[in-house]
Design a protein around this ligand. Sequence first.
Ligand SMILES: *Cc1c(COP(=O)(O)O)cnc(C)c1O
Length: 426
Amino acid sequence: MAASELMDRHLELSAADPELAGLVRAEERLQHETLRMIPSENYVSAAVLAATGSVLTNKYSEGYPGRRYYEGQQVIDPVENLARDRAKALFRAEHANVQPYSGSPANLAMYLAFARPGDTVMGMALPMGGHLTHGWDVSATGTWFRGVRYGVRRDTGRVDFDEVRSLALAARPKIIFCGGTAVPRTVDFAAFASIAQEAGALLVADISHIAGLVAAGVHPSPIGHADVVSTTTHKTLRGPRGAMLLCGADHAKAVDQAVFPGLQGGPHNHTTAAIAVALREATTEEFRAYARAVVANAARLAKELTARGYDLVSGGTDTHLILVDLASTGVAGKSAAKALDRAGIVVNHNAVPYDPRKPFDPSGIRLGTPALTSRGLDPGHMPQIAAWIDRVITALRDGRSGVEEQVRAEVRELMAAYPAPGVPVA
Ligand SMILES: *Cc1c(COP(=O)(O)O)cnc(C)c1O
C-alpha cells in the first residue's frame, strides 16, 4: 500500500471516529518502538494489510467455490480458488481449506470430522508446550472429549516417543495431535505418524507456529506423514489472522464439511484474499531468506542467553522459539515479562515443563524472533538483545531502578532504524 493510501485511510478513520483512530495510532507507535518477541506474532506486509482492509469484507459466500448458498460470487470464487491453489502448491498438499476463522476453530473441525463426544484424543499437555485445543481440560476439546496427554522428558526437554507410543497403544485415541505453542525443537512427524498408524489413530500435525518455516523448507514438512495439517496463517507464515487445513483427497470431504456447515457460516473473504497474498509472498526467495534468518536469529539469541547463564528448555532451539526457565534466577516469569514490557521488550510468561509454579504465574518466559526478523534485525543484533534482557531481569532481581527506562530508550533508538512492514512511522 502506498504511504498516501495509508494516510487516506487514517484520515477517514480519524474523521469518522477520532477515539478509535487515536488507539490505532497508539498501537502503531507501540509496534514501531518496541522489540516484539512474542513468538506467535509478526508484522504482515502492506499488501496483506491492504487485502485485509478491502471491500471483500462486505460479501457473504457460505459454501465453497462453485457451490455457494448466495449469488454474486463472480469475484469471490476466484479469490478463494487462488488461496486454495497457492496453499496446495506451497505445501504440496492435495487439498486445502482456507476458511477456518482461526487456529482454534480449525482444530475444533478435526474433532467434528473425525471423533464423537466422549472419544479419546491425544495431544501434548499444555504445560509441556501443547495447545489448549489439543484436548486440554479448560478447552471444549478437553471437556467434550477425553484428553490423554504426553509431555517432554525432564532431562532432555524433548518428546519421549516411548511414552507417546505406550500411551497411544493403551488409550487408542481417535486423533493424535503433534506440534504445539511452546516447542523449541523440530517436530518428528515421521515418528508420530508411525505411532498413529500402529494405534489406529488419525494424525493431525498442528504447524501453527512453524508454517512459515515449513513453507520455506527450514523445518521438515508434515505432508506425507500427517493425515491432516492444521495451521494458523498469522504466525511465521506472516499472513492475516486466519487458518488453513491441508490434507489428502481422502479426507477432503470430511474436512470441508466440518468447517462448513459443521462449525462456521460465511467465510471471511477479506481474510481469504489476504491469505492468498501471503502465500504468494511465501513462494519467493526473499521469504525463504527471511525464514532462514528467523532460525539463525533464534539460534544466536539462544547461544547468547546461555552464555549469560540462562537455562533454556531443551538447551536451545531449532526453530524461531526459545523457552527460558527463570527458576534459577529467583525471578518469576510474569514479573520478568512485565519488567521487559516496561523496557520495550514484549514477551509472554509461559509455563516450563514440570513447572512447580501455577499456570497464571509460571517460571518461564517465551521468546521468538519472527517479528524482529521481519524488521531486518540479524544475528549481529542478538548479543545486544540478550544483554538488554539480562540487564532488565538482573535489575528486577536486585531491586535496582532506572534500568527499564534506559533499556526502553535504547530499544526505541535501535528500532527507529528498522521500520516495520505496514506500520507507518509517525
Ligand atoms: C496459535 C495456535 C493455535 C490457535 O490459533 P488461534 O488463531 O489463536 O485460535 C492452535 N494451535 C497452535 C499450535 C497454536 O500455536
